[in-house]
Design a protein around this ligand. Structure first.
Ligand SMILES: Cc1cc2nc3c(=O)[nH]c(=O)nc-3n(C[C@H](O)[C@H](O)[C@H](O)COP(=O)(O)OP(=O)(O)OC[C@H]3O[C@@H](n4cnc5c(N)ncnc54)[C@H](O)[C@@H]3O)c2cc1C
Length: 417
């Protein structure tokens, strides 16, 4: 069953794409404290900032902007936290999908190093923010283990570790013997790094929304934004209820249902699969402190979650719709279980939860955090990629700066090419 949509039927010609955002209930849907209370209607007609989307991007942006004075409204056409964020495996990584030495070839060494450093800082900032706000979402600092695979082998990983060192980002290269010795894994090499984390993405998002609301933000759903127009210093939004709202700034945090005017060949939507094991899985002692992923296409990635569950994902496919095929889903789930067992010896058997979803990525692995074409006050956050949550945290800083008239020193890295 496609449960990525609410019963509310979205408009077909609105400003944002529309797609189902997951198939089958992700594990996080069964966890407590993952909801934020939404109203049916906005109290006012004018706001300082209207944020569209109540996933992790919208929650982080709203929480950054809500200061008790600024009037912030969050709108969503689904119930809060029912989009891609609910499907996320929430490996909160500083490691960008495109390795630093490869990204350097694409965008230049200085920019690539800045993007990687900003990403590492964002994970740490996010961890501290969750702690400061007292959000109970199993946020845990972790190391990352990046394994050589069919896309990047041991030589490429050695170059990668060296490039990261030169950029001031700590990374330890392990050869095959050291990897076997320390982790019992058989690959030609790996990189161990710090600055990563994991969390329950739904609880984190709901907690951020509640924190924003405690500082005066309003959360309204289900309401769909059906039109947007910037006129002078005001942005006018039309909603599915036939209401007109105005704001000083509007931020589209609509995930993989991005603003249609942002459509570009540099980003695309693919399909991905994920699962959660039963609790209390037998596992090696080191695993709870690590996020593991591999330099392969398609790749496998995994981590543990509270209660001794193992969250595993991967098997990405270059199709925006393959995730919706139930037979394919069963095959992909079996394949993920087999791959995990082959690599680690962990046999999770029949997963307790298995789900599939569309997933966005870009040719550089970097997100798009920009203004809409021709607009000054319409901002767009497209937190694509395997570290979408980290990118959403960066987006929140950049957007808050723009609303306050300050251009972030790293904003150039994330413009629509
Ligand atoms: C299976 C899977 C695994 C992932 N694993 C990881 C991971 O391990 N680590 C990581 O960092 N990232 C991961 N990601 C990516 C990460 O989850 C996403 O980048 C992130 O959830 C996107 O959040 P969002 O708030 O931008 O989008 P969403 O959570 O999708 O929220 C966008 C909201 O906008 C609303 N909306 C859209 N259009 C309109 C409109 N016109 N009017 C009103 N509302 C509208 C939608 O209803 C939706 O609720 C994963 C993603 C998937 C699918």
């Amino acid at each position: 069953m496609d449960d990525g949509q609410t019963e509310h039927s979205p408009s077909t010609d609105g400003p944002t794409e529309q797609r189902a955002l997951h198939r089958d209930r992700p594990f996080w849907a069964a966890t407590p404290h993952r909801k934020a209370p939404a109203s049916r209607e906005p109290v006012d007609r004018h706001y300082d900032v209207i944020v569209i989307g109540s996933g992790i991007s919208g929650a982080l942006v709203a929480e950054s902007l809500a200061d008790g004075v600024r009037r912030v409204l969050i709108l969503d056409r689904r119930d809060p936290v029912e989009g891609s964020t609910l499907a996320s495996t929430a490996m909160i990584q500083h490691e960008i999908d495109v390795p630093l030495h490869v990204l350097a070839r694409k965008i230049g060494a200085e920019k690539a190093a800045r993007a990687w450093r900003r990403s590492a800082r964002a994970v740490e900032d996010l961890r501290l923010r969750v702690e400061r706000l007292g959000i109970n979402c199993a946020m845990t600092a972790k190391q990352a283990l990046y394994l050589a695979g069919n896309e990047y082998g041991s030589r490429a990983l050695q170059t990668e570790a060296q490039t990261r060192h030169e950029a001031g980002i700590a990374a330890d290269y392990l050869n095959a013997a050291a990897l076997q010795d320390r982790f019992g894994l058989s690959r030609t090499g790996a990189i161990v790094s710090d600055f990563s984390a994991s969390a329950n993405p739904a609880q984190m998002t709901a907690g951020l929304l509640r924190a924003a609301m405690a500082r005066g933000a309003e959360l309204v759903s289900p309401v769909e934004v059906t039109d947007v127009e910037e006129r002078g210093e005001t942005v006018i939004l039309a909603t599915s209820e036939g209401r007109l709202l105005t704001a000083g700034h509007v931020v589209f945090c609509t995930g993989y249902e991005f603003l249609k005017v942002m459509e570009s060949p540099v980003h695309r939507i693919i399909s991905t699969w994920a699962l959660a094991s039963r609790p209390d899985m037998a596992r090696p002692g080191w695993l709870d402190g690590f996020l593991v992923w591999e330099a392969s296409d398609p790749y496998l990635y995994f981590r543990t979650a509270s209660g001794g569950r193992i969250i595993v994902g991967g098997e990405d496919e270059e199709s925006a719709t393959a995730f919706a095929d139930p037979a394919k889903g069963r095959k992909k789930t079996r394949r993920i279980v087999e791959k995990l067992a082959d690599l680690t010896g962990i046999d999770i058997g029949e997963p307790a939860y298995a789900w599939a979803a569309p997933f966005g990525n870009t040719t550089t692995g970097l997100p798009i955090i920009d203004r809409a074409p021709g607009a000054e006050r319409v901002h767009v956050v497209m937190g694509f990629g395997g570290n979408g949550i980290t990118f959403s945290a960066i987006a929140a800083d950049i957007v808050r700066g723009r609303v306050e008239g300050i251009e972030d020193p790293d904003a150039d890295l994330f413009r629509q090419p």
